[in-house]
Design a binder for this molecule. Structure first.
Ligand SMILES: [Zn+2]
Ligand SMILES: [Zn+2]
Length: 46
């Protein structure tokens, strides 16, 4: 007997809010000088 019950797998274990980290500041939003990263304008991603 085969009971094909659909498995509920709607929950994702890990969710990444930041999809693209800035390649210049690494997602911090500030450069090595402590100023706002002008590559991502302080957003942390670009
Ligand atoms: Zn960048
Ligand atoms: Zn940046």
């Amino acid at each position: 007997m085969n009971n094909s019950e659909p498995t509920e797998v709607d929950e994702l274990p890990e969710i990444e809010p930041k999809r693209w980290q800035c390649c210049h500041c690494g997602g911090t939003g500030s450069d090595s000088y402590g100023d706002t990263c002008r590559h991502c304008d302080g957003l942390g991603n670009c």
